[in-house]
Design a protein around this ligand. Structure first.
Ligand SMILES: [Zn+2]
Ligand SMILES: [Zn+2]
Length: 169
């Protein structure tokens, strides 16, 4: 179902990414036991978060951009410049197997840095040239958002394990 060399996962289903647990646990991966009358999600929040990840992995551009904006606030992760006209870039490019990814493989790049990265990759497609910088040097508008980001990061890393269990084509 997952194709790492494709930008869009047309055949991916929610059940594939977040299978209903046979042990009465929440399907989102939070580990919580399902309350009575709940058959898949512990809470609406669990469901919302899982759906969010599902659409990111599926390749829904608007969901990806919304999430990335919450994370990077329009600041280029390479040069640090803010721009209204930012691009959502795959850190590991799709042609190198970076498709079907969570938010951990996306970064904000300004138009210039994105162009530069594309040129580098066109010139030396076999290189491991990956234009990215650590999240720690990002201008941080406030701590709430950063803490929130970190928890998203954790969730996504947690779910990436689940993703790899999902059948690949
Ligand atoms: Zn949950
Ligand atoms: Zn830039």
């Amino acid at each position: 179902m997952l194709d790492n060399f494709s930008r869009y996962q047309k055949r991916l289903t929610l059940e594939c990414l977040f299978p209903t647990s046979s042990q009465n646990k929440c399907a989102c991966g939070c580990g919580k036991e399902l309350p009575k009358r709940r058959i898949k999600w512990y809470s609406n929040d669990c469901r919302r978060q899982a759906l969010n990840i599902f659409y990111i992995v599926k390749g829904d551009t608007s969901v990806i951009r919304q999430n990335l904006y919450r994370l990077d606030r329009g600041y280029c992760r390479n040069c640090g410049v803010y721009s209204n006209d930012w691009h959502a870039d795959h850190v590991i490019p799709v042609f190198k197997g970076g498709g079907a990814c969570g938010l951990e493989n996306f970064q904000t790049l300004c138009v210039d840095c994105h162009k530069y990265k594309t040129i580098q990759l066109d010139r030396i497609p076999d290189s491991d040239y990956i234009l990215t910088t650590s999240l720690d040097i990002l201008p941080s508008p406030n701590n709430t958002i950063r803490t929130f980001n970190k928890s998203i990061g954790k969730d996504i890393i947690g779910n990436t394990v689940g993703i790899s269990k999902c059948a690949t084509v």
